[in-house]
Each structure stands twice: as structure tokens, then as C-alpha cells.
Design a protein around this ligand. Structure first.
Ligand SMILES: Nc1ncnc2c1ncn2[C@@H]1O[C@H](COP(=O)(O)OP(=O)(O)OP(=O)(O)O)[C@@H](O)[C@H]1O
Length: 257
């Protein structure tokens, strides 16, 4: 089994307005896995992701980066990319400038960043669009830019918060396929938040099903990472069976009190 990258132990998050989003959350993230967090709306999936990103602090428990070296870049910084549900691009800036942003904030000039930006754009299939502006792109292409921006720093851990929820199904399927290719190519660890049973089964090597608020893990499902994820898999009895099993786990999680 792959070694752990990080572990959440007894993590709780209570907001100042007294909402308890998470309580007693125990979960492990393993190096190189594609882990989905699946659960009903409001069960704290995004909060868990934001805690891992360090965007907010837990009010109980701890986050243990014991395999921390694996999650750091060459400069010793924690190496995390974050993709939000909305692409959140700068409308006044070109695709190139949008993808440059994280490196620019780290003090890397346009010229020096050029190879990394070109590589990130190629990974998401947008090499021909570096000079385009967000208004000239479809929803799926904007999300590709957002993913390229998260990948440009070559993060060891990529956090994705329902990135494809707003896209039509055909675009979503295409981006699912392409994301798996990027994951295999980069060998990074991905934590992916989704509402969709079908999407989680198609993408993941492991799924953690969250129960309703206060959120915590209610079930865990593993899917053979060597199983090819292609159109044949999408229409296979194995896929249908895994989706049924995951739906049942989700239904049980929603009933949990
Ligand atoms: N900053 C905040 N202040 C107060 N309550 C918050 C805050 N952020 C989130 N919450 C509440 O915490 C709970 C969990 O929210 P969170 O966004 O983590 O859930 P989620 O599972 O990601 O939901 P969804 O799938 O609908 O995005 C919700 O009830 C939400 O209203």
C-alpha cells in the first residue's frame, strides 16, 4: 500500500456562527492516489479541502503531515495546487498571464516562467490559446486554464473542489479523461471533491463517503487503479456495479445521525 502523505485525526471545524461543519474527521491521504470526497451538500467536503490547503485552521484534532517531505517542493515549501469550482480567471489578462500568476507571485519573471507555462498549457491541451482572453473561451476551456494555473508550480498535491460541476456532461467526460491522463503523467496525488457518484467512480482509486453535517467519513470504497478508465469502462457492468455500491453507501451516509 502507498505510504501516507497526510492524516487528519479527530478533526473538527466549528465556525464562529456555531455551525459545526466537521466533527471527528479521521482520514488518510496516500501518496500518488486519486482520492474523491463524496457526500451530500453541506457535509463539509469543501471545508476539509480548505483545511488541508491551510486556508483555514481546524478547531479540534490535528492534521499530520508525517510524510511531509513527499508534499514539499525543492525549496521546502508545501507543494499544493488548488482548483476551485469556478475558474476564477482574471478577465483582463491573457491565458498565458493567467497561468503565469502563481509563479509571478513567487517572483518568477514572464521569461523565466515561459517553459513551465508552455508545459502546463500543453498538459491541458491549450497550447494554441496562450494569447486568448477568457471571454474568448468556452466554459470547459476556462476550466482547463484554471487547471493549468494550478499545475504550473508542479504541485505534489492537487486539491480540486467540484471543478466540473458547472459543465455540460460531454465536456465533463472529456475533462475527466484528460485529468486522468494528467494525473498519470505527473504522478501527483489528487483530492477531488464531488457530488457525483458516477464521476467519483470513474476517476478515483479510493472514495471516502462523507455523512451529513457534522461531516465525517462514513464509508470507504477502493477501485483498482490498474482498471483502465475509458469509454469501455463507462459502459461496463463493473462500472455500473461500482456505481450501485457507491450510491448505496451514499444513501446510508445521508441517513446517518
Ligand atoms: N465560513 C463559514 N462560516 C459559517 N459556516 C460555514 C462557512 N463555510 C461553510 N460553512 C457551513 O459549513 C457546512 C459545510 O460547508 P462545506 O462548503 O464544507 O460543505 P460541502 O460538503 O462542500 O457542500 P457543497 O457540496 O454544497 O459545496 C455548511 O453548512 C456551510 O453552510
Amino acid at each position: 500500500m502507498a505510504s501516507p502523505l497526510l492524516r487528519l485525526e479527530g478533526v473538527g471545524k466549528r465556525f464562529p456562527n456555531s455551525t459545526t461543519a466537521l466533527e471527528g474527521l479521521d482520514m488518510e491521504v496516500r501518496q500518488g492516489e486519486f482520492l474523491s470526497l463524496l457526500g451530500p451538500s453541506g457535509c463539509g467536503k469543501s471545508t476539509a479541502l480548505r483545511l488541508i490547503a491551510g486556508l483555514t485552521e481546524p478547531t479540534a484534532g490535528r492534521i499530520d503531515w508525517n510524510g511531509a517531505e513527499a508534499a514539499r517542493d525543492a525549496d521546502g515549501r508545501r507543494s499544493i495546487g488548488f482548483v476551485f469550482q469556478e475558474p476564477t480567471l482574471m478577465p483582463w489578462a491573457s491565458v498565458f498571464a493567467n497561468v503565469h500568476l502563481p509563479l509571478k507571485l513567487a517572483g518568477v519573471s514572464r521569461g523565466k516562467a515561459e517553459p513551465a507555462i508552455a508545459e502546463a498549457l500543453e498538459l491541458v491541451g491549450l497550447e494554441g490559446f496562450r494569447d486568448a482572453y477568457p471571454r474568448e473561451l468556452s466554459g470547459g476551456m476556462k476550466m482547463r486554464v484554471s487547471i493549468a494555473r494550478a499545475l504550473v508550480t508542479k504541485p505534489r498535491l492537487l486539491l480540486m473542489d467540484e471543478p466540473f460541476a458547472a459543465l455540460d456532461e460531454i465536456t465533463r467526460f472529456k475533462l475527466n479523461n484528460d485529468l486522468l491522463q494528467v494525473w498519470r503523467q505527473l504522478g501527483c496525488t489528487i483530492i477531488f471533491v464531488t457530488h457525483s457518484v458516477f464521476e467519483s467512480v470513474f476517476l478515483s482509486s479510493r472514495i471516502l463517503v462523507f455523512r451529513a453535517r457534522p461531516g465525517r467519513v462514513s464509508a470507504e470504497l477502493s477501485i483498482d487503479p490498474n482498471q483502465p478508465r475509458d469509454d469501455a469502462f463507462r459502459t461496463s457492468p463493473e462500472y455500473a456495479g461500482l456505481c450501485r455500491e457507491t450510491s448505496l453507501a451514499l444513501a446510508r451516509a445521508m441517513e446517518a445521525r
